[in-house]
Design a protein around this ligand. Structure first.
Ligand SMILES: NC(=O)c1ccc[n+]([C@@H]2O[C@H](COP(=O)([O-])OP(=O)(O)OC[C@H]3O[C@@H](n4cnc5c(N)ncnc54)[C@H](OP(=O)(O)O)[C@@H]3O)[C@@H](O)[C@H]2O)c1
Length: 249
């Protein structure tokens, strides 16, 4: 436990499992009051109960729900200093004959869900950066190694993560002078529920590809995020690419 984030309010999307859940716990352990958002309300309630946070049931692919998530956080918890734009889905497979429904799910969540949340959060973050306690605010977008390296069988996931990388850099240039730090976190393989949504044959191929790699834990990524948001006001960690040691690509 530490109190570096005392007096701050954080919002974590996709906090009902994996990286988001671990990050919510880590930010709370550093003193932040945390709003946790996702669709599985039972999980959010348990987590919010544990960390003394606010559970918000929301599908962030719905623009109104994404906006309401941000506005509820700011109104019920009083401010908004940190946004972890984490909700995402990875539906791999060749482009040829791909189910278009999978592409739509990825673009709606990984791109549009993130954009809606960022857009709604920005005025609150700019205000938080002006009015203490840290006089700096953070928005961290969770990309992937897939946002840096394109691979066959990953075309639309690559598109979504490369896209948010470009968006993040553009936004960073617009707001960094006003002390809103915009950062990108790019994990390699992390042991979470992410691959459970793959089609069975693709899940099997992915498991084989990663069979000899000791995967990262969600806590490893939460650690990196906590490091980024607890830096002094003068220091912005813009990007962090974190692979399992044994992961080559
Ligand atoms: N695991 C990896 O190897 C890895 C590597 C690189 C990047 N990432 C990225 O890390 C992020 C988190 O993934 P994870 O690995 O922690 O997987 P995960 O355990 O499957 O977590 C995904 C989270 O997103 C939420 N979510 C899904 N659809 C949503 C929607 N429409 N509205 C709101 N929330 C939604 C899920 O909650 P509900 O189902 O309850 O809504 C869940 O909390 C993703 O952006 C992913 O691309 C993961």
């Amino acid at each position: 436990m530490s109190n570096e984030l005392q007096g701050t309010v954080a919002l974590v999307t996709g906090a009902s499992s994996g990286i988001g859940e671990a990050t919510a716990r880590a930010l709370a352990a550093h003193g932040a009051t945390v709003a946790v958002a996702a669709r599985r309300k039972d999980r959010l309630d348990a987590l919010a109960g544990e960390i003394g946070g606010l559970a918000i049931e929301a599908d962030v692919t719905d623009r109104e729900q994404a906006i309401a998530t941000v506005e509820r956080t700011a109104s019920e918890l009083g401010r908004l200093d940190i946004v972890i734009n984490n909700a995402g889905v990875m539906l791999l497979g060749p482009i040829e004959n791909a189910p278009m429904e999978e592409w739509e799910r990825m673009v709606h969540l990984n791109v549009l869900g993130l954009l809606y949340t960022a857009h709604a959060a920005l005025p609150h973050l700019l205000k938080a950066a002006e009015i203490g306690p840290r006089r700096v605010a953070d928005i961290i977008n969770i990309s992937s190694v897939a946002g840096r390296v394109a691979r066959r069988g990953s075309g639309v996931y690559n598109l979504s993560k490369f896209g948010i990388g470009a968006f993040s850099e553009s936004l960073r240039q617009e707001v960094t002078g006003r002390h809103v730090r915009v950062a990108l976190v790019e994990p390699g393989a992390v042991s979470t529920e992410l691959t459970s949504h793959l089609r069975p044959e693709i899940r099997e191929q992915t498991a084989q590809r990663l069979a000899n790699i000791e995967r990262l834990h969600a806590d490893d990524i939460a650690d990196a995020i906590t490091y980024m948001v607890t830096r002094p006001r003068r220091m912005a960690v813009n990007e962090m690419l974190i692979r399992p040691t044994e992961q080559e690509m």
